[in-house]
Design a binder for this molecule. Structure first.
Ligand SMILES: Cc1ncc(COP(=O)(O)O)c(C=O)c1O
Length: 464
């Protein structure tokens, strides 16, 4: 083991310690020629394994660098990293209390805290590998409420219909596919200019489904949309859900952590009006992938909906039976993700996350101010949360397609030159650079540096 610890030590203190480009992306065919990824009959030496680890880290994007703005997480969370390593060391699985006693208690404490933030006074929940699965379970709960027989008998000729905004994450499409609802029965409800679901459009969409003889069953709101960070209006949509007796789910994968902050929790006001909420710990809380939760307002819904029978060999009816989280889950073996979340939460408390949100919101406002000050940069959507969608738009007569190509080229060039890792996205037919401000260690200087590089690179590409 010591030899492997030595490699881990070098990985942390040497290979990833110095500032380095956020990305060293290389086309797949070139990388596969450069590295020997083959497996074979004979085993390899420790030296070869060490080299493989070094190469892995060399070519993988470094999400901890302050010029990494691509994903909905960045920076490094040391207590969570420790938790991840210890989780692997324990190799615990979460189906029963017997094989994961401390992690089970930690997960239950996390769920209690998350529910308190959301406002579910007597809620439950279970950790999942990501919000895609949390959204799937939210929709499955909705299906179970609308058609309790669906679980045992299947669809029986009904057409169930779900509604999300046209800005919702694509996991909604996966969920209707997996649950047998059918992707045609997921209705993308029109969003307003800010990217928020329009309640009037939701009402009309439900009326239309009813007039077709279909059965509406699920409204999926988003708190912090993926491209522009919009928050759908909970109160108005909750009233619509109540009127039609529909399940109301909030996908808070990215935006739910605003609930930590007194200053910003108004963005997700009335979260308690939902029936279920998804929350990714591996996004803004920056716990190493994967860690997420599905929170549910009313107890026992999860076990009713998720249990399938046949687990008697595992779920013994002993004094710890009510602590067996496996009956709430659609997984059997499940990683003990609670430890890393618990350690990082314990290390900084609610206040630590609240400070992080406040700090990042201030940094975002600084960034927006700088973008607005420059005549060649244009904001493309209001930056309510930590997504800044903007573009380089010189005073030239360029078509939308030319502007799209220009901004895509800027992102590519910044990445290739090792200056920054940002990505582009399309919003309401126009393409811009999507900047995600999620690194609690980033500075105003990092933002200035990035914007200068974008301007310089954009001007150079134009002159070429
Ligand atoms: C709003 C939203 N919901 C859900 C997801 C999916 O989350 P995960 O990758 O944890 O499955 C994402 C991912 O970016 C997201 O932005």
């Amino acid at each position: 083991m010591q030899q492997y610890l030595d490699i881990l030590n070098k990985a942390i203190t040497e290979w990833t310690a110095e500032p380095r480009p956020a990305s060293r992306l290389m086309p797949a065919h070139q990388l596969s020629e450069q590295l020997d990824i083959s497996l074979g009959e004979d085993g390899a030496s420790l030296k070869q394994l060490e080299q493989a680890v070094k190469d892995y880290l060399h070519f993988n994007p470094d999400v901890a660098q302050p010029d990494f703005f691509k994903l909905l997480y960045s920076g490094q969370n040391d207590p969570a990293l420790l938790g991840d390593w210890i989780t692997a060391l324990s190799n615990a699985t979460m189906h029963t209390y017997q094989v994961s006693p401390v992690a089970t208690l930690m997960e239950l404490e996390l769920i209690k805290q998350w529910n308190a933030l959301v406002g579910f006074d007597d809620g439950e929940g279970v950790m999942v590998p990501g919000a895609s699965q949390a959204n799937l379970i939210g929709m499955m709960l909705a299906r179970h409420k609308a058609c309790p027989d669906y679980k045992t008998k299947g669809p029986q000729g009904q057409t169930l219909v779900a509604y999300v905004s046209d800005q919702a994450h694509y996991s909604a499409q996966k969920a209707v596919n997996v649950l047998g609802i059918g992707t045609d029965n997921l209705i993308p409800v029109v969003s307003d200019d800010n990217g928020c679901m329009r309640p009037d459009a939701l009402k009309s969409a439900i009326q239309k489904s009813l007039s077709l003889g279909h059965t509406p069953f699920y409204i999926g709101l988003t708190a912090g949309t993926t491209v522009v960070g919009a928050f759908d209006p909970v109160e108005e949509c909750a009233a619509i859900a109540r009127r039609h007796n529909l399940w109301l789910h909030i996908d808070g994968a990215w935006g739910a952590p605003v609930l930590f902050s007194e200053n910003h929790r108004h963005l997700l006001a009335n979260s308690h009006m939902a029936d279920s909420v998804s929350w990714d710990a591996h996004k803004l809380m920056n716990v190493p992938i994967t860690a997420a939760v599905i929170l549910v307002k009313e107890k026992v819904q999860l076990s009713c909906c998720c249990s399938g029978g046949g687990g008697e060999y595992l779920f013994h009816q002993d004094e710890n039976a009510s602590f067996n989280l496996g009956e709430r889950s659609i997984q059997c073996g499940r990683r003990a993700d609670a430890l890393k979340v618990w350690l990082s939460w314990k290390a900084i408390g609610n206040k630590g996350f609240s400070d992080k949100i406040d700090f990042l919101q201030d940094l975002k406002s600084y960034c927006v101010e700088r973008v607005n000050q420059h005549p060649s940069l244009q904001m493309m959507a209001p930056a309510t949360y930590l997504n800044v969608l903007f573009r380089f738009q010189p005073e030239l007569d360029l078509s939308e397609e030319q502007l799209r190509n220009l901004n895509i080229a800027i992102c590519k060039k910044l990445r290739e030159d090792g200056q920054a890792y940002v990505d582009y996205a399309r919003y309401k037919g126009r393409t811009g650079i999507r900047l995600i401000i999620a690194n609690g260690a980033a500075t105003q200087g990092d933002i200035d540096h990035l914007l200068e590089n974008i301007l310089k690179t954009g001007s150079k590409l134009i002159s070429e």
